[in-house]
Write a protein of this length. Sequence first.
Length: 435
Amino acid sequence: MRSIVPVVAVAAALVGGAVMSSQQNASSAMNPIAERYVKLVLAVGEHDPAYVDAYYGPPEWKAEATAEKRSLVQIEAEASALAGLLGVAPSGDDIDSLRHAYLRRQLEALRARVRMLSGAKMRFDEESLALYDAVAPTHPESYFQAMIDDLDRALPGTGPLIDRVEAFRAAFVIPKERLGRVFDTAIGECRRRTLEHVALPAGESFTVEYVTNKSWSGYNWYQGNYRSLIQVNTDLPIYIDRAVDLACHEGYPGHHVYNVLLERNLVRDRGWVEMSVYPLFSPQSLVAEGSANYGIDVAFPGDGRVIFEREVLFPAAGLDPTAAGEYYRVQAIVERLSYAGNEAARRYLNGDIDRAAAAAWLTRFALMSPPRAEQRTRFMDDYRSYVINYNLGKDLVRQFVESRGGTSAAPDRRWEIFAGLLETPRLPSGLVPAR
């Protein structure tokens, strides 16, 4: 992967000396600290190309970081001093308290990443807590075996279960010549459903590219100015469910919407320059990935997804629409195995098993084909404990939204709470049920 080159300069209100609105005055004392934080993130990015996932702040700050190339020792010293200036985060759920807590915890994660780049070794759970403010639950093999037994009954026959699963799913691959049409249709529906509940700024949009030789299946590179570049990896067969998954996760109401709302509501409206940079290995990623995954359920509640895919996407892909219900009954069981990926990564990165054993474990307990399992181990090599952000993140975001009344029985309320989460600097440890 690569870090994003800044393409948009934020308004002059983001730099020192600008006149701030009354809305901004309450937290104006934080602005110099926020500026120093952004420059530290950019400095770390000079040592770790994957660290700065997006940046659309003042271009001269990026140029300065490249020219200075501060050492990791210098970055750690500056980060330590900045942490001292921040002090203890105040309690409370108001926007300024959330900002303070966010900056402090993001800075702690930056320091942890610097230690890792300097050679420090952490166990999987220690690392995920340091970087993402969360620890995924540990499950024994018996936990996954019970679900595998359910799937075995759903797909009876002879031969290994993974072979039966792959044979079943082969009938649901999107033909490459129809991929663009299917994705465009899915994106259009996800956007339509999102705009019914979330007001987005005029001109927001994204471009889709199809790429190869990646360890991930899809990626949103936010460009600033309400624009994204979304890349879809075509190394492996793309099944029909991935059209809505990626359209929602990377686009609407996922990463694209999340970044657009942060830019409009926090960077432009409030002058919070810290939100113009996105350090990948930080607590922000758990909220970003978790909300992008949960956003699929928000956009397609109940049977809405199966109905849309059966009536629209299956025909667009040239697939048998009468098989949609059966496909999603099987998929529901397979998706319950998502935490098997965390367990494989935990064992692999802790040194309990090697890479080949991790791939074999994924094939056995996550029911991934050998090529897909190998791709996942490459992801583990590149992003390590980041894997928890998808499933644990989704579970924590669901807990946050539904505990506040955003249930499937109250879809408007669910959209309201969900959108509110996207436009605030809330931490993973803050995604707890309301009292």
